[in-house]
Ligand binder design. Structure first.
Ligand SMILES: [Zn+2]
Length: 277
């Protein structure tokens, strides 16, 4: 039997900082409201991506913004490739602890608890398309304006992870453009996102051992890193989910100065996603 252990993000803060950041300002990071209500903890990385322990405490994100991000951004991003298909392939459980499912026109993929295995049901027409015309390659569709949604999703994630890292003041005016882009879509049409494949598939496995049920693998699910670019102090988020690596700048829409280094680190095809496509 092959089971799955989830490796969590690498946190870049220490105990002292955690304690300090747990005194929330009760001022919304995104809309600026000081009236809240602030009854929700916020997950920078959606629970349906496998995050069950990295949360921003109450008092940083108001309930209205929390609900907006859940229903208007994360829901669409999680229902789109690569996340929807990869979650099934890796048997990442849903927020309600069920197995993930992908359904498209004439095709259903179901995870069943094993890494890299999925139950597949498709119509004869779909079978012909996938296995004869496309030689086993599954092409999936993204919604309109996917890159814009993705940019806003990554910015929202990055600002919230910045709260936890406490390396920079996330309430600084330096992040005003980013917060308005994430929450209200302002400037989102020109906010750049970089994408690459990193790690190689085989490198996602971290360890293998045997327990009483048989072989057990621990595999890398997601990682993130907050980068600070000197001398201008710009801050970037790099987020890797099952080998799909994304980067965006939290300080301004352009990622051009950073992309050279980012591309250098990628081993497989990488590139800058053009906004608005
Ligand atoms: Zn708010």
């Amino acid at each position: 039997m092959k089971a799955l252990c989830i490796r969590k993000g690498v946190h870049l803060f220490n105990e002292k900082r955690i304690v300090r950041m747990r005194t929330p300002p009760f001022r919304c990071l995104f809309c600026g409201s000081e009236h809240g209500p602030f009854n929700s903890v916020e997950h920078p990385i959606p629970e349906s991506m496998g995050n069950d322990d990295t949360v921003v405490p109450k008092g940083f994100v108001c309930d209205a913004c929390n609900q907006y991000f859940g229903s208007k951004l994360e829901k669409q991003i999680m229902a789109s490739p690569p996340f929807n298909v990869e979650r099934v392939r890796a048997s990442i459980k849903t927020k309600k602890h069920g197995f993930s499912k992908y359904a498209d026109d004439g095709l259903i993929l179901l995870s069943h608890g094993f890494w890299d295995h999925a139950l597949c049901a498709m119509s004869p027409e779909k079978y012909k398309t996938v296995f004869q015309d496309n030689q086993g390659v599954l092409w999936v569709n993204t919604p309109p304006n996917y890159i814009i949604l993705l940019a806003r999703f990554l910015i929202k994630m990055g600002l919230e992870l910045l709260v936890l890292s406490d390396t920079l003041d996330v309430y600084s005016s330096a992040f005003d453009k980013a917060r308005r882009c994430a929450r209200f879509g302002e400037g989102s049409i020109s906010w750049e996102v970089a994408y690459g494949r990193f790690h190689k598939e085989g490198d996602l496995a971290i360890s293998k051992r045997f327990d009483e049920h048989g072989p057990l693998e621990t595999r890398r699910i997601y990682e993130y890193e907050m980068g600070c670019m000197l001398p201008n102090g710009e801050c970037q988020l790099v987020f890797n989910y099952l080998g799909h690596c994304y980067a965006c700048n939290l300080s301004k829409p352009s990622l051009q100065e950073y992309i050279g280094k980012f591309n250098f680190q990628m081993e497989i095809g990488s590139g800058l996603m053009l906004p608005g496509t």
